[in-house]
Design a protein. Structure first.
Ligand code: NAD
Ligand code: UFG
Length: 337
């Protein structure tokens, strides 16, 4: 298939482009590079031995998008582009709604004008809020998000569902990612956060490489086995392969399909620290700090729907995730710089 990957230079996008190219698809990437570096796509090309056509385009730039989409006849759009920093979204809600929501509205308008009515959207487990059931199935109702970023995901999901209802020619796949970590096993591409990492794994790898003195563990008084927060960490390569499988749903004219992309296993912060230390032989000093605002105790999925319907299942375990995250960080201590 011919695929438009918005935000394809970013962390999840770049890993997905590898898997798409290796599965024989033609991929064109657009990205405004607000949170990424074009070098990621050069590294993708080194891995796949196939160039990645790239256009520096903002999804809010309707004219450029229209020109691109009328030149290329895309079969499907995989829509990764968006701002994703939870804390920043609380400080800059207007910018987040504008970028993520207005951007998506412009994108889908252009896609339909150009006859591409297939979209796979990067959603998030955050749409479940504090989940009413654990493990979380796709039937679990959406909940109250604790920040504007989360609301953008929830609202975009609803927009896409409404759009498909009004025009059943659309096929919409909503992929609810749990906690993607790790990197491609080549060590050529990986997560490259700006400034102080918000998320657990990039913080751990920066402690391991000596950039930060110790990890702050946000709370050890949750109702979990060791008191620290439990999440469903998923290897980014497994997640990327989930997109290749999701194309099947599009080809089968799914209408709207929603899948959790997760492993189904919950690990605590201290489980991750211990696995990282064990597999990499590096000590991660840490200290316990107060809970972080907006965090929930436990979040892990039931991922059987994706297995049954699109034949996707995570292959990699927590040790693989820790090993590959460290391989990327130690080979690229300053990311793509
Ligand atoms: P990322 O920041 O690495 O990638 C997003 C890309 O979108 C970046 O390259 C950025 O430059 C680009 N972008 C942002 N706004 C744009 C715009 N207006 N026009 C064009 N390009 C734009 O983030 P990621 O971790 O790869 O996440 C990809 C998607 O998955 C995002 O939508 C994110 O919200 C979602 N998601 C991520 C996680 C996670 O933990 N990483 C979890 C759930 C969902
Ligand atoms: N944590 C720490 N110290 C840190 C960072 C995180 O103890 O320095 C803890 C958190 O308190 C939490 C766990 O590690 O218990 C995971 O935190 P992350 O920030 O890595 O991930 P979250 O589950 O908070 O959120 C991530 C993304 C969201 C996305 C969500 C579900 O940031 O955008 O996963 O996909 F919505």
């Amino acid at each position: 298939m011919k695929i438009l990957a918005t935000g394809g230079a970013g962390y999840i996008g770049s890993h997905t482009v590898v898997e798409l190219q290796q599965a024989g698809h033609d991929v064109v990437v657009i990205d405004n590079l607000s949170n990424s570096n074009e070098k990621s796509l050069k590294r993708v090309a080194e891995i796949t031995e196939k160039e990645v056509p790239f256009y520096k385009i903002d999804i809010r730039d309707k004219d450029k998008l229209l020109q691109l989409c009328s030149e290329h006849h895309f079969d499907c759009c995989i829509h990764f582009a968006g701002l994703k920093a939870v804390g920043e979204s609380v400080a800059k809600p207007v910018e987040y709604y504008e970028n993520n929501i207005s951007g998506t509205l412009i994108l889908v308008d252009v896609l339909r004008q150009c006859g591409c009515k297939n979209i796979i959207f990067s959603s998030s487990a955050t749409v479940y809020g504090d989940p009413v059931e654990i493990p979380i199935t796709e039937k679990c109702p959406k909940g109250q998000c604790t920040n504007p970023y989360g609301w953008t995901k929830s609202m975009i999901e609803q927009m896409l569902i409404d759009m498909q209802k009004a025009d059943p020619e659309w096929n919409v796949v909503l992929l609810r990612y749990f906690n993607p970590i790790g990197a491609h096993k080549s060590g050529k591409i990986g997560e490259n956060p700006n400034g102080i990492p918000n998320n657990l794994m990039p913080y751990i790898t920066q402690v391991a490489v000596g950039k930060r003195p110790e990890l702050n563990v946000f709370g050890n008084d949750y109702d979990t086995p060791d008191g620290t927060g439990v999440r469903d960490y998923i290897h980014v390569v497994d997640l990327a392969q989930g997109h290749v499988k999701a194309l099947k749903a599009v080809q089968n004219k799914c209408g709207v399909a929603i899948y959790n992309l997760a492993t189904g296993h919950g690990y605590s912060v201290l489980d991750v620290v211990q696995a990282f230390e064990k597999v990499n032989g590096v000590k991660i000093p840490y200290s316990i700090k107060p809970r972080r605002a907006g965090d929930i105790a436990k979040c892990y999925a039931d991922a059987t729907k994706a297995k049954m319907e699109i034949d996707w299942e995570a292959q990699y375990d927590l040790e693989d995730m820790c090993r590959d995250a460290w391989n990327w960080q130690k080979n690229n201590p300053n990311g793509y710089e």
